[in-house]
Design a protein around this ligand. Structure first.
Ligand code: ADP
Ligand code: MG
Length: 266
């Protein structure tokens, strides 16, 4: 059980299909498997993280929408998953209108920050909160970054990988200078990496040369088990623990925990 406030990490990239949800689910499960108590906040109206963790569409009475706009406490929204220590605040299409409803709200970029700041959340004893952002730099994503300690960026190893990243970095800098001084880059993780593909390797070299120590050593391989697991409502480490995808996400969790222990001086 955590004695410090949870570390809040936004998993963000305004491009769709780069592995945000896959990373959120499987990093969350891997951290939980290492004894951490983890909550995932599904912030995408598509609700893929919720489905991928086995929460049926018909079974989402209280959702992330209520956390943002109805002042429902996180403890009332969080659901258990098949993984001990891994909880989820589910999302559904209600969230697609939230982006517009937020515009007329006074603290429109602070709603997640405010929702996660109360004693209700401290009492949950969470070590990590991972926020699965929608594929856009909209008000929902801004809310996530304003509430976060760091941003983790999944980057698909393809030709245009770096395109769009400068816009994301700019948004992070702006938020740091205005609404959230503590925000930093957690790092960039290359996803859907194919060792046999020379272009992937070139992209890796290019990304590492540009972003240097921001890029995690761990790369997530293209692995069919990762794409199959969500249809069983399970993270890959439960669906197929020995798959390359499972091994990679466990390694990413180890890398992140090691960095955080160093930062915390533990
Ligand atoms: P995002 O949340 O950024 O839109 P997803 O995590 O949903 O991206 O991934 C997009 C699609 O690619 C999904 O069908 C997912 O199952 C698949 N996918 C993601 N990562 C991998 C991977 N490393 N190997 C194979 N398929 C993957
Ligand atoms: Mg997604």
């Amino acid at each position: 059980m955590a004695t410090k406030p949870p570390k809040i990490i936004s998993v963000a990239n305004q491009k769709g299909g780069v592995g945000k949800t896959t990373t959120t689910i499987n990093l969350g499960a891997s951290l939980a498997a290492k004894g951490m108590k983890v909550a995932i906040i599904d912030l995408d109206p598509q609700g893929n993280a919720s489905t991928g963790l086995g929460v049926d569409h018909s079974d989402r009475q209280k959702t992330t929408y209520d956390l943002l706009l109805n002042e429902t406490p996180l403890s009332e929204i969080l659901r258990e998953t098949a993984v001990p220590g891994l909880l989820i605040s589910p999302a559904n299409s209600d969230l697609s209108s939230a982006d517009i409803e937020l515009v007329s709200t006074a603290r429109r970029i602070f709603l997640i920050n405010d929702a996660l700041a109360g004693p209700d959340v401290d009492a949950l004893g969470l070590d990590y909160i991972l926020i699965d952002c929608p594929p856009s730099l909209n008000l929902l994503t801004l809310n996530a970054m304003v509430a976060s300690d760091s941003v983790l960026v999944p980057l698909q190893a393809e030709f245009f990988a770096l395109e769009g990243l400068s816009q994301l970095m700019l948004s992070i800098r702006e938020i740091r200078e205005t609404a959230n001084k503590r925000l930093r880059m957690e790092g960039v993780v290359l996803t859907m990496y194919d060792r046999r593909n020379n272009l992937c390797h070139q992209v890796e070299l290019d990304v590492r040369e540009n972003l240097r120590e921001l890029v995690f050593k761990t790369m997530i391989p293209r692995n069919v088990r990762l794409s199959e697991a969500p249809s069983y409502g399970l993270p890959v480490i439960n669906y197929d623990p020995s798959s390359l995808g499972a091994v990679a996400y466990k390694s990413l969790a180890t890398e992140i925990l090691k960095r955080h222990r160093l930062q915390d001086g533990a």
